[in-house]
Ligand binder design. Structure first.
Ligand code: NAD
Length: 258
């Protein structure tokens, strides 16, 4: 049985993870980390600064919290030799660097999206971008999420745009264009446009459009329920438990990449 600690346990994803982990064989949620300590549905929740002893008993830590919490978690001594699944998005360069540094003594798996469909779409996006020339097909990435989402564009949209840029032999930084407004002028060749819709209860929708003069190819994904992501994160946790320190991806868990 793999002992799980959930960072962000009181949140939307944390609560979904707890519910699904209880239904799944081989997993035992032994505690949580969040802003407020105390009981949550029978699980003991600790504050970040008091969580060393709890972390020491964890097989895998699953983190769906915030950039600040993920950054703080990466600084805990007790993580050494353990496995860490990170689903938090909008991390920023400094936290990304900390993840790289920490993968020397922790097995870390990060994914902007834990669904089979989106991970398949990442590979397809790179292939379509490589096949359709920038001179003839313009790439635009659209995403929609619920009104409470804190970061934009979504981590998944950024991952899809990165895959598209990679398919075109470039980096996203070179091609990225966030939204458009005002006197924009004509669309520069090769640009990858990114657009974020926010409203209501949308769980997550992503489209990668390849728009030519006479046709449009669209790769689209829609998540119906956030249990899709929680389920994928638990599969990842079981896959990651006991692995050597290093950085791992959801593509590897799903067998889409060696
Ligand atoms: P949420 O706001 O409902 O939950 C976040 C939880 O983390 C809250 O309980 C909050 O109190 C806690 N938290 C935040 N900062 C903290 C800190 N500094 N110290 C201690 N606890 C802290 O958010 P959510 O909808 O559950 O999403 C959480 C994260 O997961 C977001 O970054 C979101 O984009 C991401 N997400 C990723 C995927 C994926 O497939 N990778 C899917 C859904 C959501």
């Amino acid at each position: 049985v793999t002992s799980i600690v959930i960072c962000g346990l009181r949140g939307r994803m944390g609560q979904t993870l707890l519910r699904l982990a209880r239904e799944r064989d081989g997993l035992d949620v032994i505690g949580g980390i969040d802003r407020d300590a105390g009981d949550s549905d029978g699980i003991d929740v600790q504050r970040m600064e008091d969580c060393e002893a709890l972390l020491q008993r964890a097989g895998v830590v699953i983190d769906f919290s915030s950039a600040a919490a993920t950054g703080a978690l990466l600084g805990r001594d007790a993580l050494r030799g353990r496995a860490l699944v990170i689903g938090t998005t909008g991390l920023g360069d400094d936290v990304e660097e900390r993840i790289d540094a920490r993968s020397g003594d922790v097995a870390v798996l990060t994914a902007a999206n834990f669904s089979v469909g989106v991970n398949l779409l990442l590979g397809l996006t790179a292939r379509v971008a490589a096949a359709l020339p920038a001179s003839a097909y313009d790439i635009e990435v659209l995403e929609a999420h619920h009104r409470r989402k804190a970061d934009a564009p979504s981590g998944t949209a950024l991952a899809l745009a990165r895959a598209a840029a990679q398919g075109r032999g470039a980096t996203l930084d070179e091609l990225r264009r966030d939204g458009r407004s005002g006197d924009t002028g004509a669309r520069p060749e090769g640009e990858i446009g990114m657009h974020a819709v926010r409203g209501g209860g949308v769980v997550g929708e992503h489209s990668v459009m390849f728009i030519g003069e006479r046709e449009r190819v669209e790769l689209r994904h829609e998540a119906f329920d956030r249990s899709l992501f929680a389920d994928g994160a638990l599969v990842a946790a079981q896959w990651l438990a006991g692995r050597a320190p290093g950085r791992y991806s959801m593509q590897q868990v799903l067998g889409l990449e060696p």
